[in-house]
Structures are given as C-alpha cells and as structure tokens.
Design a binder for this molecule. Sequence first.
Ligand code: 6R9
Length: 668
Amino acid sequence: MTRDTPDTLGKGDVVSNESLANLLKEERRFAPPAELAANANVTAEAYERAKADRLGFWAEQARRLSWETEPTETLDWSNPPFAKWFKDGRLNVAHNCVDRHVEAGLGDRVAIHFEGEPGDTRAITYADLQREVSRAANALIELGVRTGDRVAIYMPMIPETVVAMLACARIGAPHSLVFGGFSSDALAARIQDADARVVITADGGYRRGKPSALKPAVDEALTQPGTENVRNVLVVRRTGEETAWTEGRDVWWHELVDRQSEEHTPQAFEAEHPLFILYTSGTTGKPKGILHTSGGYLTQTAYTHHAVFDLKPETDVYWCTADVGWVTGHSYIVYGPLANGATQVIYEGTPDTPHKGRWWEIVEKYKVTILYTAPTAIRTCMKWGDDIPAKFDLSSLRVLGSVGEPINPEAWIWYRHNIGGDRTPVVDTWWQTETGAMMISPLPGVTEAKPGSAQVPLPGIAATVVDDEANEVPDGSGGYLVLTEPWPSMLRTIWGDDQRYLDTYWSRFQDRYFAGDGAKKDGDGDIWLLGRVDDVMLVSGHNISTTEVESALVSHPKVAEAAVVGATDPQTTQAICAFVILRGNAAEDEGLVEELRGHVAKHLGPIAKPKRILPVDELPKTRSGKIMRRLLRDVAENRDLGDVTTLTDSTVMTLIQSKLPGAASSED
Ligand code: 6R9
C-alpha cells in the first residue's frame, strides 16, 4: 500500500532539482484575505513564541482544555522515543468535548447537523450529545466494559459512531475504529490484535442510494480464532434490513442504550491514558496499531483545529468530509472540533448520491463556512465539471482545507476558484495517523499561499528535510521528511510492539522521526511533499517522484486524475507507467497519449516522459482516497493482484486489467 514506511530506501536525491524548479516556474502566490488576517485566531507572532519556548508554547495550548488536575510537567522525554506529555495532569476527554460546553451555557448550540444519504436529518445539540454519550457510557458499563478494555467500532457515518467513540473515551476504554468498507478478514485481524471485548456496529448504512450491510461482516469476523474475547456486539438500527442474530451476544443499541440513565459522572484519567488504537495497513506483516493517548492528543487536535481553520465556534459551520474511521475523522470530526465547541455537518453518503451536486447542496443548505476534504475528491469534482458547483450558492465558505495526499497545483487552483470563489485561503495540511494532528500547513491569516505546497511546520512543530546521511538539505533540494522534536499528539507506540515502533520510525535517522515521505525545500525553505518514498521511481539512474509526474499530467487540460508507477524494465531499471482519467469532455483519440507524453517531457524533462499511458475510468483507491499504487504496479508488471480488501471498489482492478493489452500498443 502506498501508505507504508518502506523497508528499503532508494539512494540519493528523491527528485532532481531541475524538476522542482520546473514545478515552481509558474509562481502563483495568494496573500491571506485582509479581513481574515485582521481577525485571525493565530498570527505570525505564534511562530516566534513557539520558537523561543516550544514546551512553554504547548503548556499554554494545554490550557485550552479543562483539567481535573493541571499538569505541572509538559514533556518527559527521558526515555525517547517513548514520550509522556502532561504526565501528572488528569482529564476526561469526553468531558472536554461535551459536558464543559453544556456547563458553559452552550447546551443549545448544535454540535452535529446530520445529513443521512436518503435525506433524513437530525440536529444534535451539545446538551443532546451529553445525554446520549452518558447513556451509551452507562450501557457499556452494563455490558461489563471496564477502564482499559478495548472496544472495536465498525460503523457507518452516523451520529451514533461519534457517540460510541465519546462513550468509550468517557469510561477510559480505548476504541479501535475499523472502516465500514473493510472486509471481515481485516476486521477480524484488528479485533484480534487489539483483543477487543465488545464490537459496536450497525445493521448497515446507506451508500450510493442503497442500504449497505455491516453486521454480516462482524458475524463472519467473530467466527475466526482469536476473537473469542468479544462478549457482546452492540448493534445500531440504521437501515432496518433483516439481520442475523446471536442470542446472548448481540444487543440492540435502541434496547440497551435508550433505557439507560442520562446521567453519568465522568472520571478523570491520566493524560497518558490510552484514548484509541487506529490501524494503518502494512505491505508486509500485520497492520500496525497506532496508539494515541489523551492529554497531548487533545491539546494538539484542538489547537490545530483552532489555528489552521481559524475556527470561530459561535459563527462557523464546519464540515470535514472524511470517514470517521480514518484518522482525519478521529482528529477533525470528533476530538478537535468538539473540544472547540464547533458546530459541524456530518454526511453519511457518497458525493454523487442522488446527484453530483450533493456536497454543494449541503454547503448551501447549512451555510458551511469551513470545508475540509481530500485532493482525490477535488479531482473527482473537477472531472465532473465546473458547472455542477456553479449551480449552488457557496458564498458562505471562508476557509478550505486539503488532506491525505499531495494536492497538485491545478486541483488547488480549481478548488479555490470553483469552490472558494477566489476568496478563500486553501490550507494544505500534512500529517499522518502517527502524528495524530496536523504538522505542516499554512495558517490562513498569515501565510502567503503557494498552490501545491504544505509550506511550513505549525508553531511548536519541528520538521525538516534530510539526505541519506541524515544531513539537513539546503533550500532548493530534496530528500526525506523528518520531524526533529517530539510533539504532543505523537503516537506513543505500536500497540503491543515497542520494537516495531522503534524500527519503523526512529531507526533510519537516529533521533529523528522518519515519516516515510519524500519532500523538497524550495528556495524560500517552504516544504513540498512528494509522496511516499517507496513510490519514488528509478529511471536510468534518476530518482523521479510519482507525485511530480502525476502533477504534470493533471496540469494538462484533458486530464482529471493520474496515477503513476515505476514498472520493472530491462533497459531503464524502471519505466514510468501512467494511468489517467480524462476530463468529462475529453475524447480518447489516437494522438492523445503522444500529446500527454510530450506534455510531461516539456514540464519535467525528457527523462520523466512516461513510457506507457493508459486512459482508465477509475483508479484503485483506499477508502481514505489514497491511490493504491502497489496494485497498479502489479498490473503494470502483469502480476497477480495481492490483497485488495482495503479497496473502495474491487471491480476497478478488473476493469483496468481488461484494458491492459491496449497499454502495450502505446509503447514505443
Ligand atoms: C492524515 C492522513 C498519511 C500519509 C502521509 C503522506 C500523505 C497526508 C498530505 C499528504 C502530502 C498532504 N499525506 N496529507 N501528502 N500533502 N497534505 O492522511 O493520514 O492516512 O495516515 O496518511 O498521507 O504520504 O505520510 P494517513
């Protein structure tokens, strides 16, 4: 999977300096809007303050939270890389996300505007949320869940998912969310590894206009060895479809939770109490259970949500389109926004149901002011055509965010123009499941934005780019992205495997955290992310980044999306093989492939010219929207496909394979 830290690293520069220079040739800069800058939550001064006293800065941010016992020690780094942040502080995460807002008189504020895919809606206030979370916490206690027990959550995008997570947090039972799109095998592996006691699920959810079942995958997973410790399955009724039932084990949410008391007094836990485990898949070996804890995680998610989106909780309506089963959903649907008392939209379904303007209709309906989504979604909207968002009133929007992949300059500009009406800043936020919260991003009221670049480490964060020998590279060159100081929301370990935590992240560059991403510093020292280092291609002795070739392809007016891989080649070590999705009106004619090859050569130089270009209808993606280049490499090298269970739509690969003979004929 593209997501992994590589076992082996390519030698030398990740990408030639020349190609970066080409990428930056069309220098387009966007100053922050004057009004936003004048009223911004965070100004340039924050960088100075954090630089002068990094730990003091984070101690100050921790005071955004309500602590039962205030921490006196900010960071214990006596046993690196096992960090302890705010270790003598005690707090309850759910109290911080819910109860304290009610206590502050904000009980009537809407926390969640829920929009179901079929069109059903619910407005849930902070007071409602407090009652629901308390009831769910009492229900878990009745099921025998104790502090420290793990709870697996396999749910659609409905409010009960947020309630379930907060109920776990409230009683100190770490949750482990598994994407609703994952197979029963993937679910079983995660239940086994975390040794979960309870699974919370639903009969199903709505996707693409139809009910899509979830419970059967849970039933199937629980037949597998190593899942015996699951005592109960708590099931939300969402679709009302017929569901198999195991008496004594399965419990309906509406029967158990609804009859509970709506009073529950949250107990404070240590700042380092585990909050959740979230698995990132591995190309080899079992998935890594990334462990996050409470005080530091909540501090950094709350701070970054406040700073990077310039959130004004009284007036903003925030919407993050991510699935809650992805880290973005954890940090920027649940913990960060709720800790900040935000009002947000949660939408259950796909962007094209029942029509391709659904997202923009939702923005118009709820007057969304801040939108956070992924480049893949933006490129899909580009492909569908500018006329679709143009039909809706998007004038409420004031800040746009991007996460998940490098955003190519074309998509960035399209997003700002067609969605942001050329008014809104676009913040390109780089971070990972492991970092827990945003690390590198512009600030909307401060940074002069460069399309395609995440630009600068946030205040209190230290990141740089190093070469093979761990030396910091000068401005204008590339290498590996590393984080040089611990940060509050960092992963604490890999669940049950401290050694793997050390080996994967902390051994490649001595005391620095190695993120697995290639990056460049431009002449101003701004950071450009170049994709996972194991995706870097080696062509006739040159390292070429997939991101840059993709970006060059997408800058052609006929291309909506591109995925590039290096396929083994007897002459050149690897040959560049590109899969492209054409824009709505572009025809797949004879000369197109040649035209695109020429276009890449012009942008990046002849060495980066793809050997093959294959127009396709879809690309294989994970549910979080990342292209699965491993599968495309398998196709390009005529290998059998490996594990496709984490794919959104497994038929995509069959379609691509059936087109492959055509690819060979476009070679020269
Ligand atoms: C939050 C999330 C992490 C990997 C990361 C990088 C890529 C995420 C990015 C980005 C360039 C951005 N990534 N945001 N690359 N620019 N703004 O995506 O977490 O699913 O763990 O993936 O995603 O390659 O290393 P996760």
